[in-house]
Design a protein around this ligand. Structure first.
Ligand code: URA
Length: 198
């Protein structure tokens, strides 16, 4: 058993806020413990709540397509959310729910030690880029302590506002170049990531 799967088991029993009361199950996250990239979304929706896996509905299909555009699949990344239980009726998570769930995301990041954190949507962005507007900072990155933080629109935004689709696809294509820049800066040769487009 890995530390990450032990952590997922702990998350499955979480009662830190009331979200668990209406949810079928927790959706801790999914992917490789050795992954260099973490995608962080908002919270589970209906499909995720039923299956216990992140991003398995329509926005997940688009996320798969986006990852494939840079030669990545789910096995090579880690996908998590800022809240681990589905908010009722797919409402947005409330600030105190995000705060209550913070310990889990912090521990996931600590275990995975990603080289890049990609925030998907406003709530995830707010955690790493406080007081910023997603319309202003999407597609931009900051390197802090050797980790790249990269803000993207939520994949669901493309489903609601078709004009954002091309923007989101364009932002995703920046990821390989950003990792290459980090490589240059840190001369890191450990676990070079395999990307077929790269
Ligand atoms: N939207 C999210 O933010 N996360 C999911 O897991 C699914 C949809």
């Amino acid at each position: 058993m890995s530390a990450l799967s032990d952590l997922s088991k702990e998350i499955a029993t979480c009662k830190c806020c009331d979200l668990y009361k209406n949810a079928t199950r927790a959706v801790p996250g999914e992917g490789s413990e050795n992954s260099q990239i973490m995608f962080i979304g908002e919270g589970p929706g209906l499909n995720e709540d039923q299956q216990g896996r992140p991003f398995v509905g329509a926005s997940g299909k688009f996320l798969d397509h986006l990852m494939a555009s840079i030669g990545l699949n789910r096995g090579q990344v880690y996908i998590a959310n800022v809240v681990k239980h589905r908010p009722p009726d797919n409402r947005e998570p409330l600030p105190f729910e995000i705060a209550a769930c913070k310990i889990w995301l912090d521990r996931q990041i600590e275990l995975i030690k990603p080289r890049m954190i990609v925030t998907l949507g406003r709530h995830s962005m707010a955690r790493f880029f406080p007081n910023k507007l997603i319309s202003k900072i999407h597609g931009t990155a900051e390197i802090r302590d050797g980790v790249i933080y990269f803000a993207m629109y939520h994949p669901a935004a493309a489903l609601h506002q078709g004009n954002l689709r091309a923007e989101i696809e364009k932002d995703m294509l920046k990821i390989p170049g950003l990792l290459a820049e980090l490589d240059k800066e840190t001369s890191a040769v450990n676990h070079p990531i395999q990307m077929s487009m790269f």
